[in-house]
Design a binder for this molecule. Structure first.
Ligand SMILES: Nc1ncnc2c1ncn2[C@@H]1O[C@H](COP(=O)(O)OP(=O)(O)OP(=O)(O)O)[C@@H](O)[C@H]1O
Length: 226
């Protein structure tokens, strides 16, 4: 698949200018605090709207200011993994996994089937009736990933998913993320402050500074099409 991003958005301090194309595999996006990383992801997901430009997924417009196209987030098939995972605290694991499918208006029987499949695949079936506060960091991550994958996204955006964790758990969850991304195979973008994390999980890297995105020339190229 191919995700093409060509957007401009005026922010308080600078203008975000993103012009890049990614293919299957994980692309890292690194840059200082406040440089526009989260804003770039939010524009791709449809949570924020660029002032102008276009975003195409396999040639299909998700956003096109010229053609006045601006698909809402639920129609973009983009999975967003937030920092801290953003699980709903008043919902059980099972309810968290199914909530996106209800919003998508999937038939009840199909929702049940899909949720079962995700609980099984991410080994959280025994935790189905627990609330997020009753989960370990790893279990929370698996629940968040199950919720994301239940939605069958075509693109995954990961916004510093591991930044709030201590080093030991971080290592462990990096392994799980790495496996998930390898299985996913479609395009994904990982925003991170950690160069080592990007080197481990991504095949390509971009840097962003004051809203300008550029390929990181020194990044070691790995196998996979990007
Ligand atoms: N809704 C908004 N409208 C206008 N400007 C915004 C909006 N949200 C954030 N900004 C500004 O855009 C800039 C980029 O913010 P962004 O959250 O993308 O940074 P970031 O690179 O993700 O930073 P961090 O690593 O600290 O999370 C900041 O200067 C921020 O103040």
């Amino acid at each position: 698949m191919e995700l093409e991003i060509r957007i401009r958005k005026n922010l308080k301090e600078f203008t975000l200018k993103a012009d890049f194309v990614i293919h299957d595999g994980c692309t890292g996006l690194m840059g200082p605090s406040g440089s526009g990383k989260s804003m770039t992801l939010k524009c791709i997901a449809g949570i924020e709207t660029p002032d102008e430009g276009r975003i195409l997924l396999d040639g299909k417009s998700l956003f096109d200011s010229g053609k006045k196209i601006n698909l809402p987030p639920q129609k973009r098939k983009i999975g967003y993994l937030f920092q801290g995972y953003a699980l709903f605290p008043n919902m059980t694991v099972e309810e968290n996994v199914q909530c996106g499918l209800k919003a998508k208006k999937m038939p009840k029987g199909q929702i049940k089937e899909r949720v079962e499949e995700m609980l099984e695949r991410f080994q959280i079936r025994e935790l189905a009736k627990r609330y997020p506060r009753q989960l370990s960091g790893g279990q929370k991550q698996r629940t968040a990933i199950a919720r994301l994958m239940a939605y069958e996204p075509e693109v995954i955006l990961l916004d510093e998913p591991l930044s709030a964790l201590d080093e030991e758990l971080r290592e462990e969850l990096q392994q799980e993320l790495s496996q998930m991304l390898a299985d996913f195979q479609k395009p994904s973008i990982l925003v991170s402050h950690d160069a080592e994390e990007v080197r481990r999980l991504c095949q390509k890297q971009y840097t962003i500074r004051e809203g300008r995105i550029q390929p990181y020339a020194d990044f070691p190229q790995k196998k996979g099409r990007l």
